[in-house]
Design a protein around this ligand. Structure first.
Ligand code: KG4
Ligand code: ZN
Length: 354
């Protein structure tokens, strides 16, 4: 199974056989976006076009296969940047047509869940997934071993990764800021500054038990920095990074564990770029152990966007006997979590962006 991922700024191509990872090649255009402080969609689309053929060659080479050896192809159909997605889906459709093999247009977020099977074996029938990336922050009830997703809650404003990237910018750290905050925080004190935890207390917590809000903590960091500057006081980047990071991962882990407890589920899966964060991994480990919850987190390279996760999901759909998408499936920038495999467009084509 060849997996093609182009939802944002990574051209990811992976090859799997069943649950065995054969190769995982990623070309990132992140450096081209750095000077803009965020991903520029048109730049990302063009970079995917340039990287696509060489990255497919690299992935097949590493896997020791030729295109003719493939049994099927899976590609991210959404959610993501529509121009970037179109490069991936057009490539996948052309390859599937040329090779005469089935094609699965799949949900990027389900890939972030199922990829864990490549490292830690089959998922149990019921688990809670915490998906945290630059574009998404969601708590999901996962059934059907990763192919039946029910959203429980999501961020009401910024995604967790977006908050990391924006706060990094306030601290003059490079883009994308998540890994830089992670690194700076190791030298700082997590209790140096008491930043707010969104939707954790009172009516907000009761009304939004599984939802998140990170714009408040981001604004609190900005206000704190301005106040220090106006008073001519020193700003310790490691302390701000550690205190901000603690506020975010505290909320993420508390809500994820509450979702497990409320649904009587004892498996938690973490996925998405922010799941590479060392403090999130450590705190989730600690709190899951206290609660008797088994924690599953892929290695950092499989948490950030990659093609192996899409290939893993495709292989899973084949083994579950799911029919392929057909060549007419739409590319949907807002693809809902509940749609794991994208199908032919409805006659009205309302949800299609293609
Ligand atoms: O899943 P991903 O690669 O792409 C999206 O689908 O968004 O996630 C990228 C996000 C960025 O916001 C990046 O800053 C964040 O993940 N990230 C991290 C870390 N590594 C990546 N955030 C915190 N700590 C990290 N170590
Ligand atoms: Zn992602």
């Amino acid at each position: 199974m060849l997996g093609i991922e182009t939802s944002c700024d990574e051209t990811g191509i992976g090859v799997v056989r069943g649950r065995t990872l054969l190769s995982d090649a990623v070309a990132s255009s992140v450096d081209e976006h750095a000077r803009f402080g965020g991903v520029v969609p048109e730049v990302a689309s063009r970079a995917h076009l340039e990287a696509m053929a060489p990255t497919i060659e690299r992935a097949c080479g590493q896997a020791g296969i030729r295109l003719g050896d493939l049994d099927a192809i899976a590609v991210t159909a959404g959610p993501g940047l529509v121009g970037s997605l179109l490069v991936g889906t057009a490539t996948a459709k052309a390859l599937a047509l040329g090779l005469g093999i089935p094609l699965y247009g799949v949900n990027h977020l389900a890939g972030h869940v199922v990829v864990d099977e490549l490292e830690h074996g089959p998922l149990p029938d019921g688990c809670i997934a915490l998906l945290v990336s630059g574009g998404h922050t969601s708590l999901v009830l996962v059934r059907g071993q990763g192919t039946d997703l029910h959203p429980l809650g999501a961020t009401l404003d910024d995604a967790a990764g977006e908050a990391f990237d924006k706060v990094a910018r306030l601290l003059d750290l490079p883009f994308p800021g998540g890994p830089w905050i992670d690194r700076a925080a190791r030298e700082g004190a997590a209790d140096a500054i008491d930043f707010p935890r969104g939707l954790m207390i009172g009516n907000d917590a009761a009304r939004y038990p599984y939802d998140f809000s990170f714009s408040g903590v981001k604004s609190a960091v900005l206000r704190w920095i301005r106040k220090q500057q106006s008073e001519g006081a020193a700003i310790s980047v490691p302390d701000v990074a550690a205190s901000f990071q603690e506020a975010v991962v505290d909320v993420l882990t508390r809500k994820a564990i509450a979702a497990c407890r409320d649904h009587g589920i004892d498996h938690l899966v973490l996925g998405g770029g922010v799941a590479a964060n060392s403090r999130l991994r450590a705190l989730a480990e600690e709190r899951c152990a206290e609660q008797g919850i088994e924690l599953r987190i892929p290695r950092p390279g499989l948490c950030t966007d990659n093609g192996a996760m899409i290939a893993a999901l495709g292989a899973k759909l084949v083994s579950n006997g799911m029919p392929p998408s057909g060549l007419g499936f739409p590319t949907t920038s807002t693809l809902a979590l509940s749609t794991v495999v994208s199908d032919e467009p409805a006659p009205s084509g309302v949800s299609s962006s293609q």
